[in-house]
Write a protein that binds this ligand. Sequence first.
Ligand SMILES: Cc1cc2nc3c(=O)[nH]c(=O)nc-3n(C[C@H](O)[C@H](O)[C@H](O)COP(=O)(O)OP(=O)(O)OC[C@H]3O[C@@H](n4cnc5c(N)ncnc54)[C@H](O)[C@@H]3O)c2cc1C
Length: 379
Amino acid sequence: MKRVVILGGGVAGTLTANYLVPKIKERIKNEEVQITLISDRNFQIYEPGFLYLIFNRLGEGELKRNLGELLDPAVQLVIDRATKIDADNSRVVTENGSYDYDYLVIATGSRVVPEEIPGLKEGGHWFYNLEGATRLREALAKFNGGKIVVSVMGIPHKCPVAPMEVTFILHDFLRRRNLRDKTELLYTYPINKIFTMDPVVELVQPMFDERGIQYKTFFNPIEVDAKNRKVITLEGEEESYDLLIAIPPHRGAQVIIDSGLGDKGGWVPTDKYTLRVDGYDNMYALGDATNLPVSKAGSVAHFQAEVVAENLAAEIEGIEPTAMFNGKAFCFIETGWEEATYIWFDYFTPPRPVLPSKFVHFVKMAYNKAYWLTARGLL
Ligand SMILES: Cc1cc2nc3c(=O)[nH]c(=O)nc-3n(C[C@H](O)[C@H](O)[C@H](O)COP(=O)(O)OP(=O)(O)OC[C@H]3O[C@@H](n4cnc5c(N)ncnc54)[C@H](O)[C@@H]3O)c2cc1C
């Protein structure tokens, strides 16, 4: 029997499993192949929903589903934390057991590490995990005017456009609450421009200007002075705040680091086209976990899952795998309370954002509800 082990039950792992099953259904039925998905939690979270949760536009219950509901029943689901990937012996060791594999799919995602910026945990907020988003929702509800700093504290991070989105939505949120005139809004970014992609900068920067949203570039926080409410940067600047909304540094999963499989940031070195882990013929990696020069986005994980599932199915059938990932990404960009645009791009095509509209915003809102069909592999 061939054993496929998928590590991680986020969008990347779940979709890989759900796309793979129909391609090899007969072999699973005949017990020639077994697919096991290992996840350290029994649910999946729809993280894009955090952007709405903090403004009380979506509730926690709308952002969570049990993995058992999302996965094809042909997949064996194991709820356990992997502690080591023993690549030499093709084995995943978990807290409660071990799983030998013929093929391993690494889909362990990324995590925020606010503790890497001294003072950030005490002095700042973020919306990049459920606990942070819930706490920020409370802080925003109580906010009565002052200075809000939205600060990107490291690249790469999940959903590159989310910091701009939250800034735009904040602007309208404050206007709706009659607080915009009493609030200074500052967005900061670590490099020499407000975003990594020039076509997006060309759209967004004038929109920030029109709205009186200030921005600072080359702004790399190294410390937060929680007591005096100041962000201190590598460049020697200090910026005061009343409410700090940080995008904390991100790292790969601990198990990747502990297994010696990651680079300095804990990202898995991966071939940008085949999605094979460098140096390992029987390992694929996808989603946020990789070191690829693509957005850490659910849409990217989705397109990659199609490639990994197709190549795994080919290998199981004894055929040379030929599917290639072309770097495709699709991102909605909310540019206000009820206005959005979108970009798509790949390794060969730069993004060309269209003018924002209400229509695109409502498509995004509809997608927020339809996401669970995507996770099941149905959309
Ligand atoms: C605020 C916000 C807004 C976003 N908006 C968008 C958007 O609009 N569009 C978009 O495309 N993307 C968006 N994203 C990004 C998107 O959510 C992520 O890119 C996506 O979730 C990555 O999926 P993944 O499966 O690779 O990783 P994850 O979703 O992080 O899943 C990894 C899974 O692996 C599990 N795991 C980790 N280590 C272990 C272990 N040792 N043992 C067992 N299990 C383990 C984790 O618990 C987790 O369940 C947004 C993200 C945020 C935070």
